[in-house]
Design a protein around this ligand. Structure first.
Ligand SMILES: [Zn+2]
Length: 445
């Protein structure tokens, strides 16, 4: 048998070869260098620990072996992530949003911005963002965003990732503490999810379940976080979060009341989200009676409202006033985080985007205009469309009575929205460059 030190030393050399073979050159973008450097720094740290390991300290050897295993696994996943398997315009906007959410925490902990890599896995329900809980070996975390492979262009369903970014926020200790105190505890106040003993009684009464203490504590923490992430997803993604969420979750549990150790019953989550929706006044949206908005808004929201009104009282677990207070608190926190808080578009603009999609064209309604600075230099001003407004318009197009269902299939609407986000990203990049570099006077365009 090889000694642990010899074995792990050899494995660290193997990982170095793996890194040199893959991320050093083959990843093919400027970002691969950042992944290479980060993984190399982690490997160096682990190798140094192997060099001085006490071979009689078996728990320490085990911990080190697991860390080396995880690094090798991560490098392999990064190597196998192919941006061509998913909607990369969407991947870019989701990365920007997640960065905004953790920016304050990263600065406070003296970390560097996390790195994101994107993967596509098999199955409809694989949406996930796997955040590292701590920057243990270096000052940088690596997050993996996972999309369903078959949903390459289904950007309207990708809004479900808003929920997953909630888990990213919870991965930062101080932020988690603030969110727990100001949002989650307020949201769940008066419910059976405020203490493990109340939770235990409720599980016994509702599901005739008697969990062991570790299982109870685990489910308690998970359920609380899941409620938070649902509210978070709604507030950062806007109305498009709901039809995506409901379409997927209905397939997972059509009864809505099934017990899961990891997630609260879906009916109770629908009910909470409906209360938040009502409080946000998105459903009524007073004064909006545009031709392309009112009918699809009603067609989208009404079945949800009816469904929630039929949910039995025992599954309407959270108090609507607590949902309102938590929504207000979370809005205030999100206002600190760049543009993460979803804000409704101007109705005229949304109407215009729906109109474009209905006629089968991508929504390019960005306002571009040329202005002159004091120095008489010309600058292009870009007033970009928020990707969430494009997705909202996409959903309204699906619900629009005037949609030609053969010509304008769900797939086509998704592709149009995907293209719209891509175009907007291209325009943003171009104007950013354009504004920095004044146009010479002899160039006209
Ligand atoms: Zn979750």
């Amino acid at each position: 048998m090889l000694t642990s030190r010899i074995f792990l030393t050899e494995e660290c050399l193997n990982i170095k070869r793996l890194l040199d073979d893959t991320l050093r050159h083959a990843y093919g973008s400027a970002k691969s260098e950042e992944f290479y450097k980060e993984c190399r720094a982690r490997l160096n740290s682990l190798s140094a620990q192997v060099d001085v390991i006490d071979e009689t300290n078996l728990p320490e050897i085990h911990t080190l072996a697991i860390q080396i295993h995880i690094l090798s696994d991560k490098i392999t996943k990064i190597e196998r992530s192919h941006i061509g398997e998913l909607s990369w315009p969407f991947a870019l906007v989701i990365k920007e949003m997640a960065l905004e959410v953790c920016r304050e925490s990263v600065a406070a902990a003296n970390e560097e911005d996390p790195l994101f890599f994107f993967s596509a896995n098999g199955g409809m329900f694989v949406y996930a963002v796997s955040p590292e809980r701590a920057a243990a070996l270096s000052r940088r975390r690596i997050f993996n965003v996972v999309f369903p492979r078959s949903f390459k262009y289904q950007v309207l369903l990708h809004t479900i990732l808003g929920h997953e970014i909630g888990h990213v926020a919870y991965a930062y200790h101080e932020l988690k503490h603030e969110l727990e105190t100001k949002v989650t505890s307020v949201l769940l106040h008066g419910s059976p999810f405020t203490s493990t003993s109340d939770f235990k009684d409720w599980l016994d009464k509702t599901y005739k379940l008697n969990l062991s203490d570790p299982a109870l504590n685990d489910a308690f923490a998970r359920w609380r976080q899941e409620y938070f992430c649902d509210l978070f997803g709604l507030l950062i993604m806007g109305p498009s979060f709901l039809p995506a969420y409901r379409s997927l979750f209905h397939l997972l549990d059509h009864t809505g009341s099934r017990y899961s150790a990891t997630h609260p019953p879906i009916m109770s989550r629908y009910s909470m989200l409906q209360d938040a929706l009502t409080f946000l006044s998105w459903e009524k949206w007073e004064g909006v009676d545009h031709q392309n908005l009112r009918q699809p808004l009603n067609s989208m929201y009404e079945p949800m409202r009816q469904h929630v009104s039929s949910i039995p009282a025992p599954m309407r677990i959270l108090d609507s006033q607590q949902v309102e207070a938590a929504t207000t608190a979370l809005r205030d926190i999100l206002k600190r985080m760049g543009n993460t808080l979803y804000v409704h578009p101007k109705p005229d603009e949304l109407n215009e985007i729906v109109s474009a999609l209905l006629s089968g064209t991508p929504a390019i309604c960005t306002k571009l205009k040329v202005t002159r600075s004091k120095l008489k230099k010309r600058y292009v001003v870009n007033d970009p469309i928020d990707f969430r407004h494009i997705l909202f318009a996409g959903w309204l197009t699906i619900y629009h009575d005037a949609r030609d269902r053969e010509e304008l299939s769900l797939f086509k609407i998704n592709r149009l929205c995907d293209r719209s986000i891509l175009h907007q990203d291209a325009i943003n990049t171009w104007t950013e460059h354009f504004e920095k570099e004044p146009v010479p006077k002899n160039v006209s365009n």
